[in-house]
Design a protein around this ligand. Structure first.
Ligand SMILES: Nc1ncnc2c1ncn2[C@@H]1O[C@H](COP(=O)(O)OP(=O)(O)O)[C@@H](O)[C@H]1O
Ligand SMILES: [Mg+2]
Length: 204
């Protein structure tokens, strides 16, 4: 959407400055597996994506009208709540046995969407009743004026961030459900320790 808007604005400059009317951009987006790799040799090596997904995107792009974007169904599914969509079109694309459903992008949705962290596409949480109950209790205590510290530890991927994101959502700290509650997050910068301190060298 930003690309379309920027080029549309630039297009007016081009029309005014050089009298060229049809300066514009078309966008095609497809989601799927691709092969990534270097192609070519010598000074002309390019790193690029290949495969059906790329071809589909290119065909969608050439089917789009100037100043617009077309996306395929898998893309539309994954970003559906973020945009306003036009009527889907069935396109017969070169190299495709069956017609491809193409969704025209109309606008970015105005209302603030709650997609912080894990909102879009995250599967339902399983087996965190006890942890969530502890989080809820802690939040309730905070509201009652009692501070405290909750320590969440676990292996990478175990769901620490998810638990926090879900607690954040349940807290009511957003969207003015509870304007008295202020949710702040911080992070320690990841600092690489100098090699000499890592104990890499054995003491002599
Ligand atoms: N209890 C759970 N049930 C279902 N999915 C979960 C659960 N906990 C985490 N996930 C998912 O697993 C992935 C990794 O979780 P994440 O919170 O990023 O882990 P961590 O921060 O501990 O490294 C995320 O996609 C998250 O949505
Ligand atoms: Mg995390």
């Amino acid at each position: 959407m930003n690309i379309l808007q920027a080029i549309a604005a630039y297009g007016s400059d081009v029309a005014r400055g050089w009298g060229i009317e049809e300066f514009g951009v078309r966008v095609g987006i497809s989601t799927g597996p691709v092969a990534l790799g270097s192609i070519g040799s010598g000074a002309r090596v390019e790193y690029a994506a290949f495969g059906d997904t790329v071809n589909t995107a290119a065909r969608l792009q050439s089917s789009a009208e100037i100043g617009s974007a077309l996306v395929d169904a898998p893309t539309q599914r994954s970003i559906d709540p973020l945009f306003v969509w036009g009527e889907p079109r069935k396109l017969s694309l070169k190299g495709k046995a069956t017609p491809v459903l193409a969704f025209p992008l109309q606008a970015v949705r105005g209302e603030r969407l709650r997609l912080r962290g894990f909102g879009l596409h995250s599967p339902d949480v399983v087996g965190r009743d006890r942890e969530m109950a502890a989080m809820r209790q802690a939040l309730q205590d905070v509201r009652a004026g009692a501070g405290g510290i909750l320590l969440i530890t676990g292996e990478a991927g175990l769901g620490k961030s998810r638990l926090l994101a879900d607690a954040h959502e349940a807290s009511g700290a957003e969207d003015d459900h509870d304007p008295k509650l202020l949710w702040l997050e911080g992070a320690m910068p990841v600092v690489d320790r100098p090699a000499s301190r890592r104990g890499a060298r054995a003491p002599r």
